[in-house]
Write a protein that binds this ligand. Structure first.
Ligand SMILES: Cc1cc2nc3c(=O)[nH]c(=O)nc-3n(C[C@H](O)[C@H](O)[C@H](O)COP(=O)(O)OP(=O)(O)OC[C@H]3O[C@@H](n4cnc5c(N)ncnc54)[C@H](O)[C@@H]3O)c2cc1C
Length: 327
């Protein structure tokens, strides 16, 4: 595989999301003679196309059309495939978001390509692509060889560094408008519930998360978790015990029936580490657990553990972090 690598841009509030910047970084690292090509689609595409150029990708194809704002993969896939064919791409990278994972499947079918989602490592050589990704809820990692001359990969958010800045002049190419085929059926987005304002970065996007569990004892103590999170610029999460008790909304829940997250740093405070919680956060890069019970299962997955009373440890930690960060 030595053709171009096509990165599909996902845009939020007019800007490329972090998962796309990570995909650009990986594409630049893997690119051979074919180079890297970008694709953006939606009602506002110019700022996002320029962001591609700020990260070293000059050749950006775009489809300016509000129909793409719906985030429906079935609408994106035909245009992405047409750009791949026009530019001689043999590898398509997407951020492993909800859209990206849906898109990987749709592209694979239309483009007759091998596909993998949740990818955390990629190697490209003469025999094709070798990828690694967590399986069984993060309890194992598989290595997979993708055969064939074309592949599409959805990269797990936060598994790769964002592309460094490297400004180039952007060459904008309108992508041919491709309508979905006759008889096309697509799910329609009926609504979007956004996370409450002022609660820091969104959970799935955050590079640092501080989560609180039943060990916090009562909703009026949850400010300890929020203050620690604020000192780190982190998002706030919770175990199901907390959301079931109504201490925090269900949107905070991390785990099997909540959100799957993979930040750079996950701090679990007063969380026992039930398997249903672990599957949602185990692929975090560094896990810190604070728990008064030294035998709590959370310590089995933690890189750093503090055994002790959270009511003493958390305020002390928050105050030290504030001092160090000059807050
Ligand atoms: C089908 C199914 C799906 C589920 N999905 C999820 C899910 O998505 N996410 C999820 O989180 N759970 C989920 N659960 C629930 C899960 O099994 C656990 O019940 C839940 O995670 C427990 O939450 P917790 O760790 O906050 O509470 P507990 O298990 O009660 O743990 C509280 C911890 O706090 C510690 N503690 C107490 N006081 C202090 C103190 N002063 N200082 C420090 N530590 C202290 C204790 O030692 C204990 O380890 C699911 C369960 C089922 C059956």
């Amino acid at each position: 595989m030595t053709g171009a690598i096509l990165v599909v841009g996902e845009v939020h509030d007019g800007r490329l999301i972090g998962a796309t910047l990570e995909a650009i970084g990986k594409a630049r690292e893997l690119a051979g003679d074919g180079g890297v090509v970008g694709f953006v689609a939606g009602s506002t595409v110019e700022p996002a196309a320029r962001e591609f150029a700020d990260r070293g990708v000059a050749n950006v194809h775009w489809a300016k059309n509000a129909e793409f704002d719906d985030g429906a993969a079935g609408r994106f896939a035909p245009s992405v495939v047409s750009v791949a064919e026009a530019t001689g791409a043999d590898l398509i990278l997407v951020g492993g978001t909800t859209l990206g994972r849906d898109l990987a499947g749709q592209i694979a079918i239309r483009w007759n390509a091998a596909a993998a989602t949740g990818v955390t490592e990629v190697r490209r050589d003469g025999s094709g692509l070798h990828v690694r990704r967590p399986i069984f809820g993060g309890r194992a990692t598989e290595t997979r060889h993708l055969e064939g001359s074309r592949a599409v990969l959805a990269l797990r958010p936060h598994a790769f560094p964002e592309a460094s800045e490297s400004r180039v002049d952007v060459l904008l190419e309108p992508a041919a408008r491709i309508d979905p085929p006759a008889g096309w059926r697509e799910s329609k987005r009926l609504g979007v519930e956004t996370a409450p304002a002022g609660s820091g970065p969104g959970l799935t996007d955050a590079s640092i998360i501080v989560s609180g569990g039943r060990g916090v004892r009562a909703p009026e103590n949850f400010h300890l978790i929020e203050e620690l999170a604020a000192s780190l610029g982190a998002a706030v999460g919770a175990s199901r015990a907390v959301t079931d008790a109504g201490w925090r909304p269900a949107s905070y829940q991390v785990g099997q029936t909540g959100k799957t997250v993979s930040p750079q740093l996950y701090v679990a405070v007063g969380i026992s580490g039930a398997i249903q919680h672990i599957v949602g956060m185990v692929s975090s890069r560094v896990i810190v657990a604070i728990n008064s019970d030294a035998s709590a299962p959370i310590f089995k997955v933690a890189d750093y553990g503090i055994v002790g009373d959270l009511f003493q440890i958390v305020p002390a930690l928050t105050s030290e972090i504030r001092k160090v960060r000059g807050l």
